[in-house]
Write a protein that binds this ligand. Structure first.
Ligand code: SF4
Length: 381
């Protein structure tokens, strides 16, 4: 079972409590990025294009756990950068598990076997291994040969030691439905417990700008993939059926960016995991002072093609809580892969993109230099 009953029950109870309390906006998954440094440089990644001074920054274990407490989400996804490069990653995960939150440790798996001894199997801990296809597809996507083989070996080793292991699979416009379906067929043989799938976000700083999906192509691609797997029922997705149904063009969802709030070395990122348009000092400031209506497909140019799980999974979960029979119907019948698609969101009133990356980088560099100068002064004194 991709999501164990304990986890389903705890998250379901949390969501129902938020609804009963009348909360309009609440977090579901904290996206924790304790560092941006990575040991790969994937073509579609827009997360690591920073100067060394920023790549050398780390959130401490204390800062990470304070963010977990401040946010209160029942699930924490540790991303980055490559989290296994962080010296305190064992303490960060142990602290989150101690709080009885479900933690997904995202990794490219290059250091997984070496660092596995830092972690213990637990119902609250899941390895989330980046794996996007067969050997050729994966190694091409991460721009390095041999990574698929090492990831597969690490997954086998983790399963032998009793860990839960998921794969996270990001697709671009060169994905071939037949190959992706065969890849999903094959991951069971590796012992993988669940699959998380998403179209890639069109990061403005990613080196490869040629392979991002438009919404129209995304929907057709997922229909073509799910059709080969009995409407997605052939595979163990660790995502809600309604989100998969959205990917196949059957739902006209709006995103829920506050569902996956993001904390990284800049602060609490506005508005979402994918876009760094500004930073709040506290979680409360993020939730209360972000102009949420300024974002989302149809509102902002940078959101035009987004169908990413970190933006829309929370929408699907809330829809499932409000309409459980609709969710049940999709899980029983599978995702519909033919017929008319839901109406697309018009883009004629979206505001134009703002390019703020350089300003944030300059501000952060100034902060780092001031902190370093003060620390040198106090050491000298
Ligand atoms: S559509 Fe929503 S989730 Fe996607 S980039 Fe825009 S604000 Fe973020």
């Amino acid at each position: 079972m991709p999501i164990p009953l304990l986890q389903q029950a705890r998250i379901g109870a949390y969501v129902v409590r938020q609804h009963l309390a009348g909360r309009r906006r609440y977090p579901l998954v904290l996206m924790l990025e304790p560092l941006f440094r990575c040991n790969l440089a994937c073509a579609g990644c827009g997360k690591i294009d920073y100067p060394d001074e920023i790549l050398n920054q780390r959130l401490t274990a204390g800062e990470c756990l304070a963010a977990v407490d401040e946010c209160g989400a029942p699930v924490v996804s540790i991303a980055g950068g490559e989290p296994l490069l962080h010296k305190e990653i064992g303490a960060i995960v142990a602290g989150i598990v101690e709080r009885r939150k479900f933690v997904y440790l995202c990794t490219n798996a290059l250091l997984m076997q070496k660092r596995m001894g830092l972690f213990r199997p637990s119902p609250y801990f899941v390895w989330s291994v980046h794996l996007v296809g067969d050997r050729e597809m994966h190694d091409r996507s991460v721009c390095e040969d041999g990574v698929h083989e090492r990831a597969a070996a690490a997954i086998r080793a983790a399963k032998e030691r009793g860990f839960r292991v998921n794969i996270n699979c990001t697709l671009f416009n060169d994905a071939e439905p037949d190959r992706v379906a065969k890849f999903f067929d094959g991951v069971g043989a590796l012992g993988v417990d669940g699959i998380t799938v998403s179209p890639g976000y069109a990061y403005e700083r990613a080196p490869d700008q040629a392979h991002f999906l438009t919404r129209t192509r995304t929907k057709q691609l997922f229909r073509d993939i799910f059709r080969r797997g009995r409407g997605a029922r052939a595979w163990s997705f660790s995502q809600s059926g309604l989100f998969l149904d959205f990917l196949a063009g059957n739902r006209d969802y709006r995103c829920t960016p506050w569902g996956n709030p993001t904390r990284n070395v800049f602060g609490w990122q506005r508005p979402c995991y994918l876009l760094g348009e500004g930073y709040a000092r506290t979680f409360r400031e993020l939730m209360e002072e972000t102009d949420w209506d300024a974002y989302g497909t149809g509102n902002y140019e940078k959101c035009a093609d987004c169908m990413v799980h970190s933006g829309y999974e929370a929408t699907a979960v809330q829809d499932a809580v409000r309409h459980p029979l609709k969710a049940l119907a999709v899980s029983l019948r599978g995702v519909r892969t033919d017929g008319a698609m839901a109406q697309e969101i018009p883009l004629d009133r979206q505001r134009p993109a703002r390019y703020v990356f350089s300003r944030h980088v300059e501000q952060k560099l100034a902060e780092i230099r001031i902190t370093e100068a003060r620390s040198k002064e106090s050491t000298a004194a």
